[in-house]
Write a protein that binds this ligand. Structure first.
Ligand SMILES: Nc1ncnc2c1ncn2[C@@H]1O[C@H](COP(=O)(O)OP(=O)(O)OP(=O)(O)O)[C@@H](O)[C@H]1O
Ligand SMILES: [Mg+2]
Length: 251
């Protein structure tokens, strides 16, 4: 069976264990270009590990990954191929992971200059344009410690975008934020989705998943137990596990 090149990322039977613990137990997944897939599911069900396997921050034990229909040969990749694979996918984390001793603009331009070889002046121009896009132009010279959580997350998103990724992988990017910061970040991500960015979004925010996602995948014990449109998955869950999971949000 050949893979479809309109599918940006696909996995087949992806497996990962840490010692005795099976964390990914055969994940079949695909996201098409310009689509947003939201991954939901209980804590420990393997969502973060799955995202990390997609950009090979973590190596799967078995299974296949395809990028635009081409197999990703993660078992035999050279470091340069690995680096190229990772730059296609921007990753944003719950806890921002900014460089604390670099100002905001330098956080954003570090990757383009060091990894892509973009000339510094050009990288800084592009970096300022991205800070404008995320509403932080006036903070270019600030240190990360001087920013609010929401502002730090905007910098982290600008930093991911600076690498010109084809897909954004977002792991609970609003979970560490105060309530009043969350809607601003969600609006920023919705704008990126509307602009055609392909995204895989791990979230516990079901209202946001419903608003932004073309497809919701429910993870449980290292498998995608159900997937479908937000309406179908959230309103007509098939499995008992998904019904239980959803009801835990309503109490
Ligand atoms: N590097 C690691 N070494 C050992 N165990 C790990 C490692 N990373 C994750 N795990 C374990 O794998 C399981 C799945 O973790 P993962 O972070 O993927 O879950 P998750 O679905 O993202 O959960 P949450 O919603 O709490 O973020 C957990 O039991 C976790 O303890
Ligand atoms: Mg997680």
């Amino acid at each position: 069976m050949t893979a479809n090149p309109l599918v940006e990322i696909e996995t087949r039977d992806l497996r990962k264990s840490f010692g005795e613990l099976t964390v990914l137990d055969g994940v079949d997944f695909k996201v098409r270009r310009h689509q947003v897939h939201a991954l939901i599911g209980p804590s420990g069900s393997g969502k973060s590990t799955f995202l990390r396997c997609l950009n090979l921050l973590e190596y799967p034990d078995a299974g296949e990954i395809f990028w635009k229909g081409e197999p990703v040969r993660y078992r035999t990749m050279r470091p340069s191929e690995l680096s190229r694979h990772r730059t296609k996918m921007g990753m944003v984390f719950q806890h921002f992971h900014l460089f604390p001793h670099r100002n905001v603009l330098d956080n954003v331009v570090e990757g383009p200059v060091q990894v892509l070889g973009t000339p510094t002046r050009k990288a800084r121009e592009q970096g300022m344009a991205l800070l404008r896009q995320v509403g932080l132009e006036d903070k270019a010279k600030a240190w990360p410690a001087q920013l609010s959580g929401g502002q730090k997350q905007r910098v982290a998103i600008a930093r991911a975008l600076a690498m010109n990724p084809e897909v954004l992988l977002l792991d609970e990017v609003t979970s560490a934020l105060d309530v009043e910061m969350i809607s601003g970040i969600n609006e920023l991500l919705t704008g990126l989705a509307e602009g055609g960015m392909t995204m895989v979004v791990v979230t516990h925010d079901l209202a946001f998943a419903r608003q932004v996602a073309d497809c919701i995948c429910f993870f449980d014990h290292g498998r995608i137990v159900e997937s479908g449109t937000p309406e179908r998955v959230l309103e007509q869950p098939d499995s008992t596990r998904l019904r239980e999971f959803l009801s835990s949000f309503r109490t």
